[in-house]
Write a protein that binds this ligand. Structure first.
Ligand code: KG4
Ligand code: ZN
Length: 339
């Protein structure tokens, strides 16, 4: 089945083509991405209405582009899949209505899929994909979750954030440090210049059993540290880097502690790490060490598939369409809050 995948849940327009006759990464025939980050940067965050409008401008040209890259036409498509949620409702509706309109015109099946399932299975597009079962750490701007994955659609939530997501905490810390949106990569860059010994920030919820996370207290702690330095007239460039480093260490350490626990608790030897924060180098270094100690292996999507993209949606949707799942014709789905 040749499937067109559409991602428009937030501020990236992602489109890809996946062929289920081929396996893993080989099935990815083409992918294209347009990021709106520059447009939203001047507002310090995503402006939902601007996001929707920009998706309407970029989506059809991107679809033409992937078809032409793969030397195919619309008539060669056997199915269409799109992100049905969670995300911004207007942005989701652009992808959902385009997918349903095209599917109706071409008389082919269409299916809405869960954005986080896309992130979860993005490492399946790599040359050496993980075998089932595995533990997955999903760390994005909206989610922090540990999931036991037995197979496609067979997921058990082991733990999740009770408040802010890890990426959200990175973005808020960036704002406090006067860094541009999106903050995660900027905080990580600044942290490289920081002294890891100057400050020690708390590791929330690691002193008790369980696999849930909490990052809102860490945000308050970061704010207090910055204010104290400011009052003392000590908030220079080095101090800002030291705060960024202490913050990053605290988030990374917390994520690593819970991943170790999840691997030990399930006895599994494969750890998938996906979502925007999985691009963080310090997190990768530390998880690598934790896995080596347990004769376990960590799997990541390639860099550009860590953040939002169409390839992960095309992959997941193609698997589900090939298994016979379909939306009811004419019933497009846009679910902003979808557990
Ligand atoms: O998965 P994603 O692209 O979008 C959501 O579905 O949320 O994740 C975006 C998040 C943002 O919060 C961003 O700051 C964070 O991932 N992020 C990072 C890094 N790269 C992206 N956080 C820490 N270190 C990074 N290198
Ligand atoms: Zn995402």
């Amino acid at each position: 089945m040749r499937v067109l995948g559409i991602e428009t849940s937030c501020d990236e327009t992602g489109v890809a083509l996946y062929d289920t006759a081929l396996t893993g990464g080989k099935g990815l025939l083409a992918d294209a991405l347009y990021s709106q980050i520059a447009m939203h940067a001047e507002f310090g965050g995503v402006v939902p209405e601007l996001a929707s409008r920009d998706h309407t401008r970029k989506l059809l040209p991107l679809i033409e582009q992937v078809l032409s890259d793969a030397k195919l036409t619309r008539r060669d498509l056997d199915g269409i899949t799109y992100t049905a949620g969670p995300g911004l409702v207007g942005a989701l509706m652009v992808g959902a209505s385009t997918a349903h309109g095209m599917a109706r015109a071409l008389n082919i099946p269409v299916l809405g899929v869960h954005h986080m399932e896309g992130h979860l299975l993005a490492p399946m597009l790599e040359d050496e994909p993980p075998e089932f079962p595995f533990v997955a750490l999903l760390v994005s701007g909206g989610h922090t979750q540990l999931v036991e994955v037995q197979g496609l659609g067979r997921y058990q939530l082991l733990g999740e954030s009770v408040d802010d997501a890890a990426g959200e905490a990175f973005d808020k810390a960036a704002k406090m440090l006067g860094l541009a949106y999106p903050g995660g990569p900027q905080v990580a860059k600044l942290a490289e210049q920081g002294d890891p010994k100057r400050f020690r920030f708390p590791r929330p919820m690691t002193d008790r059993p369980g696999l849930d996370f909490s990052f809102s207290g860490l945000k308050t702690h970061t704010m207090t540290a910055i204010r104290q330095l400011e009052t003392a007239g000590e908030l220079d460039a080095q101090a800002r880097a030291d705060v960024a480093r202490a913050f990053e260490e605290a988030v990374v350490d917390t994520l690593v502690i819970k991943c170790r626990r999840a691997l030990d608790q399930t006895g599994l030897k494969r750890l998938v790490v996906a979502g925007g924060v999985s691009a963080n180098h310090r997190l990768r270094e530390r998880l690598q060490a934790a896995c080596e100690k347990r004769q376990a292996r960590a799997y990541y999507p390639r860099g550009r598939f860590c953040t939002d993209n169409g390839a992960m949606i095309a992959y997941v949707g193609a698997q589900r369409l090939a298994a016979g799942e379909r939306d009811t014709p004419g019933m497009m789905q846009a679910t902003p809050r979808w557990p």
